[in-house]
Ligand binder design. Sequence first.
Ligand SMILES: [Zn+2]
Ligand SMILES: [Zn+2]
Length: 238
Amino acid sequence: MRHLFRPMPGFFSSRSPRGREASRCAADVQSGIFTSTLCPDPWLPVPGRHLWAVRIVPAERNEQMMPVPSHLRGLVVPLESAIDEGALSATVRCLCGETRFELLYPGQTHEHAGEKIPCTAEVEGHFFFVLKSRCPGCAREHLLFDADFHGWNGLVCHDPAKAALARPQLVAWLCQCGEARHTGVVRIQTEGREEFISEAGGRFDADRWPDAFGWFSMDLTCARCGRESRELVSYETM
Ligand SMILES: [Zn+2]
Ligand SMILES: [Zn+2]
């Protein structure tokens, strides 16, 4: 029988976003040991022991996704319309219909798998992670993610003093070919409605569970040379 699996929030924390990406694979799962000889996902390392806890769900459920978090409504287009608690994948699209955008980030990078990628920025002792899209068609900017407002920590563990600080200056991410315009997909993983209600119930409307997501990432494709950067951005929000 074919199964799909997802990381199990709160158990082995899925520090590796690659682990979360593994949700489309067939696999044998034995108490946290994941053997992936059949796994077609190129991001997965060799079969063996991984620090990913998994939960087996019926394969057909993977065709559904969590709802779009409220701050992204109208700014991204989900690749699937049916709703459950599966990870969201959605194309970035401006209100004017343009799908190309410049990704604005705080300008600090670190190295991951031999490549520089945007990372949390330290500004005068405070840490920020802010992403915007800027449309080359209509010049509008849209806030895609701000760790102080969005996701689990931004919502459930919101820190008003930190959130009141001026946001850092942002710069456009450039492809290795020098191009700033990209198309892109946002991927978001929820901790689930039940977890949200049990941890934050009473303080928030239960229907806000999609806003308390646990992980935010983006894949980018250069609009000029076509270079693909999978998980150029990857941020665990809790
Ligand atoms: Zn636009
Ligand atoms: Zn390029």
